[in-house]
Design a protein around this ligand. Structure first.
Ligand SMILES: Cc1ncc(COP(=O)(O)O)c(C=O)c1O
Length: 372
């Protein structure tokens, strides 16, 4: 049996008829940017996340950058301020800080959950740090209560990189996107809520912040040809918004399926050579990816190749080891992050996996024998 890591065509084929009718409406409308579909999606996603505002953007990186730029416009951050970022996040989290003219300070994650915690934050905290970005990595919302309390006491801004966590719910029943001061989402095609191209969004309850971001994403304007701020062009495309409206209807079902598969993996993969992901079994996890840890990864990946099971590594090189950033972080080491990135492997987990495929993956993983 051959199982791809993710078959995006099969995933999206489920929406084919609705996509086609959305496209027809879009084409006929003659209004292709900042139109009614974008507003409809923004309202739907704000309501889904239980927040007052959603602002669509061109992608997830811009969503993060726009939050930071807006805080600078509002005087809550100043160019050159420092921002805490997890060392093991996707590089976009860190790049957003640099693009906004701020300085990223990397911190190690907790070794079990892969997510930053207050203990690790406290080790790096200085008066120059004005904000924290935490990533709901792999789809898991974890440790937010403690981080929120810490940020509130220390008067720091708390921003969530929720690019991988559409629909995740914390232990208090709060949706990803509604927990921090502001959150950024990506609708990159492989995401739990993925477009058919690039897309992103910001969610927040802060009216001032939302109004400022709305201007910044559209050349700094609220009225055509009147530029109040130095903005950028990063608007969620009208057609992608129309597709996302359709996909949002199935997001909870898809996330439930993801959790069901994760539960099967977590209960039935019993090979002691494979370390399973940390999860408390609740809806705090939407399993954008299911990430296991193995000692001899090359050997393990060869074994998966022989058995035709697609896999990926999220992420093989941590940001501080990337060529683009080695100069900036050359005297810093992040041993937990490096260890994690050497051992992790993402195995197929998506809502269109067949039961026979799940059975096969479990069987193949249980038959793996580690050779040092
Ligand atoms: C954690 C994280 N942050 C930010 C991004 C950036 O999103 P985008 O690719 O839409 O710019 C992504 C996705 O690619 C991501 O996984």
């Amino acid at each position: 049996m051959r199982i791809p890591f993710l078959n995006l065509h099969k995933l999206n084929k489920r929406f084919e008829n609705n996509f086609k009718s959305q496209f027809d409406t879009f084409l006929t409308s003659g209004h292709y940017i900042l139109g009614t579909k974008l507003t409809e999606f923004e309202n739907a996603f704000a309501s889904y996340c239980n927040v007052s505002f959603c602002i669509g953007t061109g992608n997830g990186l811009d969503a993060l950058t726009l939050i930071l730029k807006a805080y600078i416009e509002l005087g809550k951050l100043n160019i050159g301020d420092q921002v805490i970022v997890p060392a093991n996040t996707f590089i976009a989290t860190l790049l957003s800080v640099k693009q906004a003219g701020l300085i990223p300070v990397l911190i190690e994650p907790d070794e079990d959950s892969f997510i930053i915690n207050v203990r690790n934050v406290q080790q790096k905290i200085t008066p120059k740090i004005k904000a924290i970005i935490t990533t709901h990595l792999y789809g898991q919302v974890y440790g937010m209560d403690e981080l929120k309390e810490f940020c509130s006491n220390a008067q720091l801004l708390l921003i969530a990189d929720a690019a991988q966590a559409h629909g995740a719910i914390d232990q208090n029943g709060n949706k990803a996107g509604s927990i921090a001061h502001a959150a950024a989402f990506s609708f990159y095609p492989s995401k739990n809520l993925g477009a058919l191209g690039d897309g992103g969004a910001i969610t927040t309850n802060n009216t001032e912040l939302a109004n400022c971001i709305k201007k910044l994403r559209n050349y700094g304007t609220s009225e055509k040809y009147r530029n109040e701020l130095i903005g950028i062009n990063s608007r969620l495309d009208e057609l992608q918004a129309a597709f996302l409206i359709e996909k949002l209807n199935l997001l909870d079902d898809d996330n439930n399926k993801r959790r069901e598969i994760a539960l099967r993996y977590s209960n039935e993969i019993t090979n002691e050579n494979i370390k399973l992901p940390f999860w408390n079994g609740s809806k705090n996890h939407v399993f954008y990816v299911y990430v296991i840890r193995v000692k001899n990864r090359i050997n393990f990946c060869n074994y998966l190749n022989e058995n035709q099971i697609g896999h990926m590594i999220h992420y093989p090189i941590p940001p501080h080891k990337q060529k683009a950033l080695t100069n900036e972080f050359k005297n810093q080491s992040f041993p937990i992050t490096e260890k994690i990135s050497n051992e992790i492997v993402s195995i197929p987990l998506n809502p269109i996996l067949e039961v026979s495929e799940i059975d096969y993956i479990i069987q193949v993983l249980n038959n793996y024998t580690c050779q040092e």
